[in-house]
Design a protein around this ligand. Structure first.
Ligand SMILES: Nc1ncnc2c1ncn2[C@@H]1O[C@H](COP(=O)(O)OP(=O)(O)OP(=O)(O)O)[C@@H](O)[C@H]1O
Ligand SMILES: [Mg+2]
Length: 231
């Protein structure tokens, strides 16, 4: 409990470098990841993707939010969805209300139009997690989720999901069967080699193409993010 509170507090202090300082080398790294993602998708048209990692605190949420921003800065209509119904952070990061969100749309309490919020980044819309449900995996695997993706795909050029760690719960695997691509984050000096391999093996059979791996928090002067393709 104490740990979760601490994380939440950290999250409120989170800065989105791609928004605050688009000219920084780190933002440039995010743009490089964006370019690589665009090239790695089969037909050059990546429409739905998720970001995940093997374990906790490896940088999934920061990577997802910054990537969503650089895609929107390119003029794409982007919807960023917090599908981490275990430890949601999107509403802290963008300082928004979380009374309505993904969970409330999935249980039919509200609809997508009523729950999506415009961010202060042009072309970037947000869907927070909503009230934490008792059964996240079940909700994510429901027909309602497929409908939500289909509905959102009509309006948005890119839908990007933040998810929980692959080795902890099945949520990311479930979503990986509904989206076009999955991006894995590993954190320098934290992610164990075997854990990353196991996460990759769990994601490989999914419908989503494994798009690549982002190495987060790498110690070096120019920036923090490096991208390696899986091919
Ligand atoms: N490259 C980095 N440099 C410094 N701090 C970072 C970096 N990447 C992530 N962090 C910090 O580490 C913490 C965890 O990052 P983040 O929330 O993005 O990870 P996560 O994988 O989504 O975690 P969770 O498993 O809890 O959802 C946050 O406080 C974040 O600000
Ligand atoms: Mg997270």
């Amino acid at each position: 409990m104490a740990r979760r509170k601490k994380l939440a507090k950290n999250s409120t202090m989170r800065h989105l470098i791609a928004k605050l300082n688009p000219r920084s080398p780190i933002s440039e790294q995010y743009r490089t990841i964006r370019t690589n993602l665009q090239f790695s998708s089969v037909d050059g048209n990546l429409k739905t993707m998720l970001v995940t990692s093997s374990g906790p605190s490896e940088g999934k949420s920061s990577t997802t939010a910054n990537l969503a921003i650089v895609f929107a800065q390119q003029g794409k209509k982007v919807l960023l969805i917090d599908a981490d119904m275990r430890k949601p952070t999107l509403h802290y990061t963008f300082r928004m209300d979380n009374r309505k969100g993904l969970s409330s749309v999935l249980v039919g309490e509200t609809n997508l139009d009523e729950s999506v919020i415009k961010s202060d980044v042009q072309d970037l819309d947000l869907l927070s997690c909503g009230p934490i449900p008792p059964n996240p995996s079940e909700l994510l695997g429901a027909k309602a989720m497929e409908k939500l993706i289909a509905d959102a795909s009509e309006f948005y050029d890119l839908i990007i999901f933040d998810t929980p760690p692959v080795l902890a719960v099945t949520d990311a695997q479930i979503l990986a069967n509904m989206v076009d691509g999955a991006l894995m984050v590993v954190r320098s000096k934290q992610t164990e080699y075997e854990a990353a391999q196991k996460a990759r093996d769990l994601l490989t059979p999914a419908k989503a193409k494994l798009l690549g791996v982002v190495l987060n928090d790498r110690e070096q002067k120019k920036g923090h993010y490096y991208y390696y393709g899986t091919n």
